[in-house]
Structures are given as C-alpha cells and as structure tokens.
Design a binder for this molecule. Structure first.
Ligand code: GLU
Length: 435
C-alpha cells in the first residue's frame, strides 16, 4: 500500500501555525512511508476563496520545505461530485429537505427545552413537498450499527448514529458543503491516512458512513489535539500568526518545523537543522490527547539553538559577502537571527566607532596597542596579544579580557575572541586599541 496523505486548506485566508502543523504532520507521515503528500485546495466556496490565498498557501508550504507530490482543486471537480451525489440519491442515501433555517432553529429550541438532544428529525417519506422551494440535501445516516474506528491518536472511537443529525451536504443553490466532496476526493485520490484536528472527529463519524455508502473502505484517521497559545485556548494571536510574520521576525522554517513536529508529543523538541530525524520519528501513537501549547518565546529560542550549528552553505545566499564561512562559524553561536549577521560586518571590517574606554581600562588598551605591531595575525593573535598585555600590565581574567573585547568588538559579550580576532581586519584592530 502506498501511503497517500493530503493537506486540505480552504483558501479563505493565509496559513497560520495551527494549520501548518496539520500540513507538516501529513507531510512527515507520507515522507516516512515513502508515500505521497497532496495539496487539496478546498475552494468550493467561490465567494470566500481567493486566488491570492492559494498562491500564499503554496508559497508558505515551499518556504517550509513541505514539497507536494500533486495539487488538486475542488472547484475543478464539481462534475465528479455531481455524479457521486446522483448515485447516493438513487440509493436513498441523500434526500431533499425543505426546512428554513428559522424552522430548524425553533425545532432545536423545542427539543432542548424538553431536555432532548437537538438531533435533526427526519420527515416521513410521504410528507408534503412545499411548492416552489428548492431543497437542500442531507446524507441519511444508517442507524444500524455504531460507527467505530481506531484513531491513530485517540484510539478506539465510538459513535451512535441515532444520536447524530443527518448532515447537510448540499445547499439549496447547489453549492457543496465540506463533508461529501472531501470524502469523494479522498476516495478518488486514494488517500490512505487523514490527519487533521480533533475538531473534525464528529465529521469523521458521518464521513465513515459516506465512504461506505460510496463503496469505499475509509482511510485511517489521526485526529490531533488542538494547538493553543500561551494565553490559553482562544488565542487570537495564534489564530492569526502567519508565516510572513514569523519570517519577518527571523524565524527559520526548520525551527518552526522542528517545534511543530514534536509539540504535544512525548518526543522532545530538538534543534535539528534538517527534517530527516523528524520524518524518521513521527509516530501518532506518541501524540498526546491534551492541547499542545505553542510558545513564541520557545520558538525564538529554538531558532537560536538551530542557528548555532547551521552550516554556512545553508545561509550563504542570505549573508553579506563580507561574512565568509569562517566569520559565520565564529558569530553563529551569538545570533538570534540570520539577519543579525549583518551587524557584525563593521566589527570585522569597520568603520567602527568603539566605545570610549573607561579610565581604568586604559593601561590594558595602551599595552595592547603597543604590542600590536609584533603580533602575527595568522597564528592565534588573541593568545599572543593577551600574553603580551598580561606581561606588561599584570592584568588578568576579566580585567584583561573585557576591556579588549569591548574595544575590539564594541560589545561586552560575543563569540570566542580567539576565533573572532584573526577574522577582524588587523589595521582596524590596531586602530581600535590605540583610540
Ligand atoms: N478544508 C477542511 C478544513 O480546512 C479540510 C479538513 C480535512 O482535512 O478533511 O477544515
């Protein structure tokens, strides 16, 4: 069996972290099995779907490295839905309904006021058909056996169809609701695993009967717990946190991928620089049932950790030319974002207005300036320089290193000076010390 998964966004907005997580898990699962990962654009809602969002979804997936093996658009598949719908109609599994939303609402309220579940009540077969009213259509659930499946995340699932309303699958204007086209597509595209949020669990119960009614075996399902923000379930920020904002904040796609792959699972979040270990380790049995908490601060920290061992080749095209491989390797332990590398160009090559030295630091700096002409810049200049200054002034430890670091880099903290100093222009270094 070739594993086939799909990510099925509605192009009514840009992707946010929550749906990127779903896309990622589908992608990881397909890649692990050597299968296929499809993008299905759920654009049956012509009014709310926008071409710009379709483009943005493709661009975001590409940025994240989630390559797709095919793309389908629901708006191009209406003929298939129509044909399958006719089959279900002929088999009596979809039926016409004429209630107005107001009638349905009143019915619901009556049932609730009697303490009954607000389940849709089918009309008798011979109920009069109102004239001149276009019907909408419901799928007739089979009230026989319970609906059961073993969910890859949630384990054994059980629904009594009697307690469920027959779902509306088509509106009076002929437009489609999500449920049925999704099943028709999952069958036609040979989807073997449906990975989506747990908000779809009750849809799945109805959809399992749709698969069966269309003569297909349902795929496997994995319903993952929802993602919540640090401030709790209804995080507006999280719901709108898009890839553009993360990209602008200097977040590397692999950092987001590394976090979202493991968040809410029993595997630790690890600062990987490529997705291979994440592909290898994905296992829905290790996903928790509790909501996964997404923390932007955790993402920023992970991003930083990943940069610390990110190869030059992976970022070279985004670095100023002055940042060579050796310079990248020296500064990367001190970067929060790749963009910050630019700030180091002046440290290496100037022009550079160092801080005004404190009075107490002057003897150290004067001794260093005096020693500079004799320092061989090609052979460990930092140790040679500090040895000379120590000899001349007796300064040691922090009192020796900090004034030098400050004068040479303009900062109190930073990369290992032994690694950094030979990468700084020698003339610039001499000037900074003698200033
Ligand atoms: N378009 C649906 C959604 O975004 C797809 C759900 C599914 O994966 O079946 O909720």
């Amino acid at each position: 069996m070739t594993v086939v998964t799909r990510f099925a966004p509605s192009p009514t907005g840009t992707l946010h972290v929550g749906n990127v997580r779903t896309a990622l898990h589908n992608w990881l699962w397909a890649r692990k099995a050597g299968g296929r990962f499809l993008l299905r654009i759920d654009d049956t809602d012509a009014e709310r779907s926008k071409e710009a969002y379709v483009d943005a979804i493709r661009a975001d997936l590409a940025w994240l490295g989630l390559d797709i093996d095919g793309e389908e658009r629901q708006s191009e598949r209406f003929a298939l839905y129509e044909a399958e719908f006719e089959k279900l109609k002929a088999a009596g599994r979809v039926y016409a309904c004429y209630e107005t939303p107001e009638e349905l609402d009143i019915r619901r309220k009556v049932l609730l006021s009697r303490g009954l579940p607000p389940v849709y009540e089918r009309k008798p077969f011979d109920a009069p058909v109102p004239e001149g009213v276009a019907p909408h259509w419901r799928f007739r659930l089979d009230h026989g056996a319970p609906i059961e499946w073993t969910d890859m995340v949630r384990g054994s699932q059980h629904f009594e169809p009697k307690t469920m309303s027959d779902p509306v699958v088509r509106r009076a204007d002929g437009s489609w609701l999500y449920l049925l086209p999704s099943v028709i597509d999952d069958i036609a595209m040979g989807i073997t695993h449906v990975v989506r949020g747990e908000d779809h669990v009750s849809n799945t119960a109805a959809q399992i009967q749709m698969f069966e009614a269309l003569g297909a075996r349902p795929p496997q399902f994995a319903h993952e717990a929802l993602l919540i923000g640090t401030e709790g379930k209804l995080s507006k920020r999280l719901g709108s946190l898009g890839m553009a904002a993360l990209r602008d904040a200097g977040i590397e796609p692999i950092a987001l991928v590394a976090l979202l792959a493991r968040l809410g699972t029993s595997d630790p979040v690890e600062p990987v620089t490529a997705p291979a270990p994440l592909i290898e380790s994905i296992d829905f049995a290790r996903f928790g049932r509790a909501p996964a908490r997404f923390d932007e601060a955790e993402l920023a920290l992970l991003n930083q950790k990943i940069l610390h061992h990110t190869d030059y080749a992976a970022v070279a095209d985004r670095l100023p030319v002055a940042i060579t491989e050796a310079r990248w390797n020296a500064i990367r332990p001190n970067l929060m974002t790749v963009a910050e590398a630019t700030e180091w160009v002046v440290v290496f090559d100037g022009p550079f207005d160092g801080p005004v030295a404190e009075e107490s630091d002057r003897p150290v700096l004067a001794a260093a300036a005096a020693a500079m002409p004799g320092i061989d810049w090609t052979a460990d200049p930092w140790h040679a320089l500090t040895a000379e200054v120590k000899e001349a002034t007796g300064a040691k430890g922090r009192a020796l290193f900090l004034p030098l670091r400050r004068a040479l880099t303009g900062r109190d903290h930073g990369p290992d000076m032994a690694e950094l100093l030979p990468l700084i222009d020698k003339g610039q270094a001499a000037e900074r010390l003698s200033r």
